[in-house]
Design a protein around this ligand. Structure first.
Ligand code: CP
Length: 324
């Protein structure tokens, strides 16, 4: 792979990006579209018999997960190795954190092993930004509390783009996000990204799971009625009901939640005729999403997971060598 990222055309907007990927607030649209272009190249690599290129040979990527993950951790590690980077992995379970080591001492310890970039998931909002003060390495946020999960939003938008090429510019697109918005970093990052790209986002859920302040973002509408959210939507994203983050009393009953907010095949009749159904995973089948809909041709849940690899390849490549 001699030139993974296409050279910008003369007169095109500058594609300079921030040094870290902590959230998408400080990423303008030009580097985001450039990242999607690089993802196209990486996706092509993943179709080859030998799914490996030397692009990141000599670099070391550290994955630091202070919270459980399947998709994000595995796909970042796959993305690093597919570009010939070395990978060191840290998971909080079984580490010296259990013996009382602080977050600062943990990053200093891992940093002594000389990684160039850390992928960090932490239950505390702001932890990845804090780490930028304690290491010279590049930091990529893999999910911090309920604040942000930028690579999930990037892979969601990329998946939409590949399924709806006519709307690849996102102008006029309607995304409905349904469920436990209050606890969702995925919802917050998708709001940040899709509105920046020009889409309209409708957030839907019960009063207790739909914070009013999210309605203050231009391009965002809030509703408690799922039919209103899904009407005309090009993409409907069901969010996991995060029972582990929820104080008791936020919902009268799971049965009522299922009846009022489950994304179903019947509801999709209200959406755009070619609408797709998304879920960031992990799914509670037959709770926030009808089980059979998750396996329906309109569901892109598996494509989201598959696209996580080339999107994260593009993120690693862009941050480590793309703009040097
Ligand atoms: N979507 C997502 O972040 O999944 P994991 O928790 O499995 O990484």
């Amino acid at each position: 792979m001699s030139a993974p990222a296409a050279a910008p055309a003369a007169g095109s907007p500058p594609t300079k990006h921030p040094r870290h990927l902590l959230d998408l607030a400080d990423w303008s649209t030009a580097p985001i579209h450039a990242l999607f272009d690089t993802t196209d190249v990486m996706a092509q690599v993943m179709t080859r018999t030998i799914k490996k290129v030397p692009a990141l040979q000599g670099f070391t990527v550290g994955t630091m997960f202070f919270e459980d993950s399947t998709r994000t951790r595995l796909s970042f590690e796959r993305a690093a190795r597919a570009q010939s980077a070395d990978v060191i992995s840290f998971a909080a379970g079984g580490s010296s954190l259990a013996k009382g080591e602080s977050l600062k001492d943990t990053i200093k310890t891992i940093d002594a092993m000389k990684a160039d970039l850390y992928v960090v998931r932490h239950p505390a909002a702001g932890a990845p930004r804090q780490l930028t003060r304690w290491t010279d390495a590049i930091i990529v946020n893999a999910g911090d509390g309920r604040r942000a999960h930028p690579t999930q939003a990037l892979l969601d938008a990329y998946t939409f783009k590949t399924r709806f090429p006519a709307f690849a510019g996102f102008e006029g697109v309607k995304l409905a996000i349904v469920g436990d918005v209050a606890h969702s970093r995925v919802a917050r990052s998708n709001v940040e990204l899709w509105t920046k790209l020009g889409a309209q986002v409708t957030l839907c859920g019960p009063r207790t799971l739909l914070p009013d302040e999210l309605g203050a973002t231009p391009g965002v509408t809030l509703t408690h009625h799922i039919e209103e959210a899904v009407e005309g939507a090009h993409a409907v994203m069901a969010l996991r009901l995060q029972r582990e983050r929820m104080a008791s009393g936020l919902l009268p009953s799971l049965a009522e939640y299922r009846q009022r907010y489950q994304v179903t095949r019947a509801l999709l009749r209200l959406a755009h005729p070619e609408a797709i159904v998304m879920h960031p995973g992990p799914m509670n089948r037959d709770l926030e999403i009808e089980g059979v809909l998750a396996d329906d041709p309109r569901s892109v849940v598996e494509a989201q997971v598959a696209n996580g690899v080339p999107v994260r390849m593009a993120v690693l490549y862009t941050l480590l060598v793309g703009s040097r």
